[in-house]
Design a protein around this ligand. Sequence first.
Ligand SMILES: [Mn+2]
Length: 333
Amino acid sequence: MTYRRALDIDAGVALVITDLHGAWEPYERLRDRFFDERARGQAHYFVVCGDMIHAPARARYADESLRIVHDLMALQATYGRDVVIVLTGNHEIPHIYGFELQKEGRSVSAGFEWAMHEADDEPSLPKRDEVRAFFRGLPFYVRTQAGVTLSHAGASPIVAREGALLELLDFDHDALLHWANDVIRTQYDVTLMRTSTAYLTLARERLAIQGADDPRLSELLAGEIVSQHEQFALLWDAFFAANERSSGRFAYLRMVELFLAQMTAFSPYPQRVLTAGHVPIVRGGYQLLGAQKLRFASYAHASPPKSGVYLRLDCEQPVLDADALVAHLHPVF
Ligand SMILES: [Mn+2]
């Protein structure tokens, strides 16, 4: 199967939000605002720029990650994937592959795996397999005639590698998972997994795998194997790098410039400005990085959270620099 990981929008207004990390209240507010505006013909696209899930360790709100995901899946089924647009964030990726994401020695991803396990017993809710398929199918970028590219994590070191962006633009999660499963089938002894207490314990803790007879038994191993593949390294660099915190400010601004130039080469319209969330903490809800990059935070990464903003983007009118987007940021609360 081939995927187009970049969507192109040539006209209409997009309401763009990012990094809700399981916070239901701002999600519901923004969703309802979009549908109000849509009913009046004032907005046409709801764009969720990834990291819908995983409340941070010291969050002052309940983690309703799976509820948000289920809601977005239902909205896409009703309105279409080209109206309710959801981009991949790095926090969604562990659940595609079955690896554990940790922060400060604590698992960030296990809670969501267990929530999916519990929802599997609830007939009215989407099953784990459907949630994983939803994540696998998500695009990575939206490009607009305005010249603004919407992303989760912004530019990354991949711009230094010849052909890497093109590879990312039709990235195939399924192929990578098939490869891992082939490796398991041909090189591993399944009975070892069944009889290893250490394996079963980890599989349970991290992925809610329910014992030796669980059909998902090999998923923990698959996640380990996938992480050794060079394609996975590309995904990791594109989604997990922390912008100027990883690379330094000067190098990062150069990456933004290269990223937009490379994207322009594969895009129907020149791309001049990049928006992203991903990196906390964003005082007052937004931050300009040079002339071409706008970082914003709708809730979880904003400091204070209630200073979070969303972007109301006219996808057609040319935007010449990141500063011009500031007038189109609006408070969530
Ligand atoms: Mn992120």
